[in-house]
Design a protein around this ligand. Structure first.
Ligand code: ADP
Length: 449
């Protein structure tokens, strides 16, 4: 089928990102927005806009009935969900397809499988991906939990099967804490995700977070687009991402990439996906798969020259991927800084009016953002207001350019995390690529003194 008009079921920079890819393909866009986003850039630029509700996401960006009605009224033939909101909601994907609207995303059954972390782990294992040692599925009985933890060896991490966004995890260092932490994790998971199911994994001491971008055509063909290193995290949230990872060899990249693409081919996976691993002592351990576009996808685009949103739209329209594995060539290095409207020291959100705005520019500099002078950042949503993505032929050149670009960015009226990034890329460990998922938090603690 031909896609002529896409409804973008999202907001902020990712809505704009999708709009841009669509326009470049000659496809019209329809923005849906809450009353708080009436003045947003993606709403201004989209070919059509429909207000779908009041500010709270539950009444607008998560309002399935309103979004489907908007798609019907505006005669959209496809919906792109972006990331977050309804992007990993299998039920929503099914509803979209039941209305004869193309879902620009994976098959609903794959979203469902991967959305349940216990199921995801089981599936990943069956597909030949290396797993973190731990329980074989959900654990509810404390006796069983003790046995598994003892076999795995302490410390262990108790994770919510329905968890996400770094929430619902408890690290347990000894058997006497296990019962209490299991109960706490279950209760927290129940209230946060409506599902008390938890499972146990070995807690890796000092791993890196390395994820592989995969892409399937839904018909049994799949490719990988290499990895991203997202180890610089605060509270399990990514802060800065880079591709390629400073620690992987070409051989390791191809070996793991092939395992991932083969898994996706065997699964019949459709569209973009990311397989996340922890990496320690040269070993990969699968932790989860995200069945959507990631925030950090531009670093992959920078080093491969492939427009991931364009590929998503192609596949949703029943076309093949525009490249084969041997046509995917990795060149140079790219880094993305997530710029949040927040205090760079306390991390307190800082919504409000942007009084002045100037985006960095120049060769190999990309800014994905809906900001403009006079824009009011609403307090209702995620605090990420821009992504600065920079490319260089080598990692060193990329960092030099990033330093220059961060210097050029002007966002006045609100506090932003730009100073944090400026400080970060001066650190010797960051310059050397010598950091694990623990590094940033430890550094922040030292910085506080
Ligand atoms: P979420 O879906 O909430 O993001 P993930 O399973 O992707 O949860 O884990 C998020 C982060 O938590 C990882 O990037 C890593 O920093 C940490 N983490 C998860 N599992 C482990 C583990 N077994 N050992 C050590 N750290 C872990």
């Amino acid at each position: 089928m031909a896609i002529k008009r896409i409804l973008i079921a999202n907001r902020g920079e990712i809505a704009l990102r999708i709009h841009r890819a669509a326009q470049e393909m000659g496809i019209e866009t329809v923005a849906v927005h809450s009353t708080a986003d009436a003045d947003a850039m993606h709403v201004r630029l989209a070919n059509h806009a429909v207000c779908i509700g009041p500010p709270p996401a539950a009444d607008s960006y998560l309002n399935v009935a309103a979004i489907i009605s908007a798609a019907e009224v505006a005669q959209c033939d496809a919906i792109h969900p972006g990331y977050g909101f309804l992007s990993e909601n299998a039920k929503f994907a099914e509803i979209v397809e039941a209305h004869d609207i193309a879902w620009i995303g994976p098959k609903p059954e794959h979203i469902r499988t991967m959305g349940d972390k216990v199921e995801a782990k089981r599936t990943a294992g069956a597909l030949g991906l290396p797993l973190v040692p731990g329980s074989d599925g959900a654990v509810s009985d404390i006796g069983e939990a003790r046995k598994i933890a003892a076999e795995t060896g302490y410390p262990v991490i108790i994770k919510a099967a329905s968890g996400g966004g770094g929430r619902g995890m408890k690290v347990c260092t000894s058997e006497d804490q296990l019962e209490t932490l299991m109960k706490q994790a279950g209760t927290e998971a129940k209230s946060a995700f409506g599902d008390a199911t938890v499972y146990i994994e070995k807690y890796l001491g000092n791993p890196r977070h390395i994820e592989f971008q995969v892409f399937g055509d839904g018909e049994g063909k799949a490719i990988h687009l290499g990895e991203r290193d997202c180890s610089l995290q605060r509270r399990h949230q990514k802060v800065l991402e880079e591709a390629p990872s400073p620690v992987l060899s070409t051989e390791q990249r191809h070996r793991m990439g092939e395992i991932c693409s083969k898994a996706m081919a065997d699964m019949g996976y459709r569209g973009a996906g990311t397989i996340e691993f922890l990496w320690e002592d040269d070993e990969f351990y699968f932790i989860e798969m995200n069945t959507r576009l990631q925030v950090e996808h531009p670093v992959t685009e920078m080093i491969t020259g492939i427009d991931l949103v364009r590929e998503q739209i192609r596949v949703a329209a029943g076309k093949t991927l525009s490249v084969t594995q041997s046509e995917v060539i990795f060149t140079g290095h790219a880094i993305e800084c997530r710029i949040n409207a927040e205090d760079p020291f306390t991390f307190a959100p800082s919504p409000g009016e942007v009084t002045a705005y100037h985006a960095a520019g120049g060769m190999h500099v990309r800014v994905d953002s809906g900001l403009y002078a006079g824009y009011r950042i609403p307090p209702y949503y995620d605090s990420m207001i821009a992504k600065l993505i920079v490319y260089g032929r080598t990692r060193e050149k990329c960092i030099m350019r990033l330093r220059r670009a961060l210097e050029e960015m002007v966002v006045e009226g609100v506090k932003t995390s730009i100073p944090l990034h400026q400080e970060l890329i001066q650190q010797e460990d960051v310059l050397n690529g010598d950091y694990s998922i623990k590094w940033l938090e430890e550094w922040l603690q030292k910085r506080e003194g």
